[in-house]
Design a protein around this ligand. Structure first.
Ligand SMILES: C[S@@+](CC[C@H](N)C(=O)[O-])C[C@H]1O[C@@H](n2cnc3c(N)ncnc32)[C@H](O)[C@@H]1O
Length: 261
């Protein structure tokens, strides 16, 4: 049933969504033209993609601790690294979009909720090498593989924080005096997603970008996305179906965009 409704939502999104030509906001038009639709290949993407290739052929079995939306079904089980790489990592098109969004944003700090095996963290760090990147992961053995990935990439300044987001996120936010970029990509449940959003709010500013993954994944996630968009502090929201972007630019009429990606 979930898949049927997801497919229906996808078709509806394709029918309703605009491209840059149907967009009248200069801010969003520029973002689409120069960042979101910049599909040219870039040499810098090779590093993360080569690491992904290695992970896809890594047959080691690890114990996976699931603290997310699937945890009610199966809390602990063994999985092959190659299967995790195939099923849970952000695919290249989206990871490369995140790279471009971060490069354009020029953040001083970034938080990723859900490291998994770390390929997206590599993209994020390469997009803003001087920014502090905190990447949070609840499964210790998955995080250990990500540590190996960061070492191979020579990205030893990425700060890995292991534990349930409920326990680790408040501490990470507490260390920073402002939040520039937060990518929420784990525990896709309505209440949890809204909780992470609320925790970020006291530290967001005019230049902050929050990104929520899988906003059509379930009824709960659709409700969470609707509530986030409607929040009075949010001035621009961009629904790309796979992810939702949230901006807090001041002095603007609230606008919500459905965009093809
Ligand atoms: C979809 S994966 C992240 C993918 C990664 N960001 C990427 O772009 O390739 C989600 C990750 O979040 C972790 N996770 C889910 N719920 C969590 C929670 N409540 N606390 C900590 N980690 C959690 C899972 O263990 C999983 O590795």
């Amino acid at each position: 049933m979930l898949h049927l409704s997801f497919a229906k939502d996808y078709v509806l999104h394709r029918l309703r969504a605009k491209t840059r030509h149907g967009t009248h906001s200069p801010f969003v038009y520029r973002l689409l033209d120069e960042v979101i639709y910049d599909f040219k290949s870039k040499k810098v993407y090779d590093q993360a993609e080569n690491l992904r290739k290695e992970l896809l052929s890594d047959k080691r079995l690890i114990n996976v601790t699931d603290l997310g939306a699937g945890s009610l079904l199966n809390k602990n089980r063994q999985k092959r690294v190659s299967d995790i790489a195939k099923n849970a990592l952000k695919r290249p098109k989206l990871a490369q979009l995140l790279y471009r969004l971060v490069k354009n944003l020029k953040p001083e700090n970034m938080i990723e909720l859900g490291t998994c095996l770390g390929t997206t963290s590599v993209y994020l760090k390469n997009a803003a090498p001087d920014a502090q990147l905190y990447t949070l992961e609840g499964c210790p053995e998955t995080a250990q593989i990500a540590t190996e990935v960061f070492q191979k990439a020579g990205l030893n300044t990425i700060k890995q924080v292991i534990g349930n987001f409920d326990d680790t996120l408040p501490g990470v936010i507490g260390k920073l005096n402002k939040l520039d970029f937060v990518f929420v990509d784990g525990n896709h449940q309505k209440e949890a997603t809204l909780r992470y959003f609320e925790w970020c709010l006291p530290k967001v500013h005019e230049g902050t970008l929050l990104i929520f993954d899988d906003i059509y994944w379930s009824e709960g996630m659709k409700e969470a996305w609707a509530a986030i968009k409607a929040h009075p502090q949010v001035t621009v929201s961009i629904d790309l179906f796979w992810i939702g972007l949230v901006y807090f630019r001041k002095g603007r009429v609230k606008e919500d965009f459905k965009i093809r990606f």
